[in-house]
Design a protein around this ligand. Structure first.
Ligand SMILES: [Zn+2]
Length: 280
């Protein structure tokens, strides 16, 4: 009982001091509360920005765009890749894809890995040149002139399509896909290539990139051979693939040598849609 009296006495004697403290507490409390609220809003905004750049694009794409029938250099959504990031001049990417690659490039560089784009957007006419040179034997495929050695059109198309897409069916048309460091399978068997590939396997997804042409097997049943160099920016590419599926049929794939094989080979189902099921 005595102690209560002592405490009460102490409180009464020092009331004026407590009074000023009581005035300070609410001020401190509200300042802290305001700070916490501001911090929460900032976090929410940051999540929204990151979320929107990694969530699927809501943009619509025309069938012409999906088939690569446009000029990247004059398209408002595209930017030229600065020299620092590529091995060639005049390579283009969609702006959001370039921004994501630049971030990935910076992170890799900090860890001693150099990532360079060796191929990016190729439109229909670029792809037609690559395809027709292989078709007519001007470019040898595995050391062979296919025009002379493979007379059956479907068989010839299948050989070309181990690594090269038919014009109108390439993901390189979209500005979302890049080839990194080399397009030679043997490069990725070297120590340097293995290290770079391993880094991409561990980190590319953080930046929205996925290896769409994975090893054929559980995650992919048909289509191109494995391409350790080909990485796709999924936030935009996913939407493009969905639109491709609804807007494009094999009859739209025409205007180049050997185009009649598109339907016979069911290229949309067997190649365009045959990507790594873990890419989403
Ligand atoms: Zn590629």
């Amino acid at each position: 009982m005595e102690s209560y009296i002592l405490v009460a006495d102490f409180f009464m004697k020092n009331f004026s001091r407590f009074k000023s403290l009581l005035a300070i507490f609410p001020a401190v409390y509200f300042a802290f509360f305001a700070y916490a609220e501001k911090e929460k809003t900032f976090q929410k905004r940051a999540t929204r920005i990151i979320g929107s750049s990694y969530s699927q694009s809501s943009q619509s794409f025309s069938s012409e765009y999906l088939l690569g029938k446009f000029i990247p250099a004059s398209h408002p959504d595209f930017s030229i890749i600065p020299e620092k990031y590529s091995t060639k001049k005049d390579l283009y990417l969609r702006k959001e894809v370039l921004a994501a690659f630049q971030q990935m490039h910076a992170k890799a560089a900090k860890e001693g890995i150099l990532l360079k784009v060796v191929s990016a957007t190729r439109n229909f006419s670029d792809q037609r040149k690559i395809w027709e040179k292989k078709w007519n034997g001007q470019t040898l495929v595995s050391g062979k002139n296919l025009a002379l050695t493979v007379r059956n059109p479907v068989d010839r198309a299948k050989i070309i399509m181990k690594y090269s897409a038919m014009p109108g069916t390439s993901r390189h048309h979209w500005g979302t896909d890049i080839d990194i460091n080399s397009v030679s399978p043997s490069y990725f068997e070297t120590q340097k290539g293995k290290k770079e590939y391993q880094w991409l396997v561990e980190h590319a997804a953080t930046y929205g990139f996925c290896q769409v042409y994975s090893e054929k097997g559980a995650s992919r049943s048909s289509g191109y051979e494995v391409e350790k160099w080909h990485w796709s920016y999924m936030p935009t590419a996913k939407k493009l693939l969905q639109e491709y599926q609804t807007q494009i049929s094999e009859t739209d794939i025409s205007g180049f040598l050997g185009a009649e094989t598109a339907k016979k080979m069911k290229v949309v189902e067997t190649y365009v849609l045959a990507i790594n099921s873990n890419c989403n």
